[in-house]
Design a protein around this ligand. Structure first.
Ligand code: ADP
Ligand code: MG
Length: 245
């Protein structure tokens, strides 16, 4: 579905991606993990075409990402930005329907789709008429998901979708989102810094560090056969309550 070949990206002196190679299979759920600054968000922005590699190539369905076809490609990709990224001056419905309206969907088609997605994402339909500031963190994430799913994209990219939520809401949304991913059967790529969350969602984990892929495989692969000492360190660095209580 996605292929990154020798993709490099610098921001001034900072090397965000360093000749990175990565393949993401259609229909898979892939979790990108790694320390802060590893390049996780940069990879997602490359996939959606918000950033361009300095060198190397990004392919989507075998086709190189090209500026000329970018808008059309972007419609096939739903993107949930870190921190939600909802426009504060638009209601939930206004946010979710923005792109559909610019594509000329009429009001009844928009409403039918919003109703369908609110149910799927377990958000009361009435909550969509509220502004982001009037929604809870969990509800804002659900609106972000609805927005990303609005045009029924084949691919869903999520950047730390549950990062800002309290543990109880996060736990609930983890369960519901995994059911949702299973039901939708889309290609999903999500970023998280939480190893347990990565293993919960991802059939494939990709551990990044310094703009390179250290290892790609199942959680079991990374735990049992770490390709690098840092893989072991990262996979086991998060304490569980059983260790400390
Ligand atoms: P992650 O999501 O893994 O924390 P990022 O992909 O956001 O990492 O960033 C990778 C590196 O690139 C970091 O060192 C970050 O500071 C830098 N970086 C990312 N975006 C920018 C930007 N727009 N301007 C300058 N530096 C950036
Ligand atoms: Mg990030």
């Amino acid at each position: 579905m996605f292929e990154l070949r020798q993709v490099s990206k610098r921001y001034g002196p900072t090397i965000a991606l360093d000749a990175l190679d990565l393949s993401i299979a259609a229909g898979s759920t892939t979790a990108l993990i790694g320390p802060s600054g590893a390049g996780k968000s940069s990879v997602l922005r490359m996939l959606v075409g918000l950033e361009w590699p300095d060198s190397g190539q990004v392919r989507f369905d075998g086709e190189p990402l090209r500026r000329a076809t970018l808008l059309e490609q972007r419609r096939r990709i739903g993107y949930v930005i870190q921190e939600g990224g909802l426009f504060p001056h638009l209601t939930g419905a206004g946010n979710a329907a923005l792109l559909a309206r610019t594509l000329g969907w009429d009001a009844s088609r928009v409403e039918a789709r919003l109703r369908e997605l609110a149910e799927l994402c377990r958000l009361p339909f009435a909550a969509l008429s509220r502004y982001p500031a009037e929604l809870s963190g969990g509800q804002r994430q659900r609106v972000g998901l609805i927005r990303a799913l609005m045009l029924d994209p084949r691919v869903l990219l999520l950047d730390e979708p549950l990062g800002a939520l309290d543990p109880v809401v996060r736990h609930e949304l983890q369960a519901q989102m995994r059911d949702l991913f299973d039901a939708l059967g889309k290609t999903v790529v999500l970023v998280t810094h939480d190893v347990a969350e990565a293993a919960w969602f991802g059939d494939t984990l990709v551990l990044l560090r310094n703009g390179r892929v250290l290892q790609q495989g199942s959680a079991r692969d990374l735990l049992d056969a770490p390709a690098d000492p840092f893989v072991r360190e990262f996979m086991t660095a998060q304490r569980s309550i059983g260790e400390v209580a």
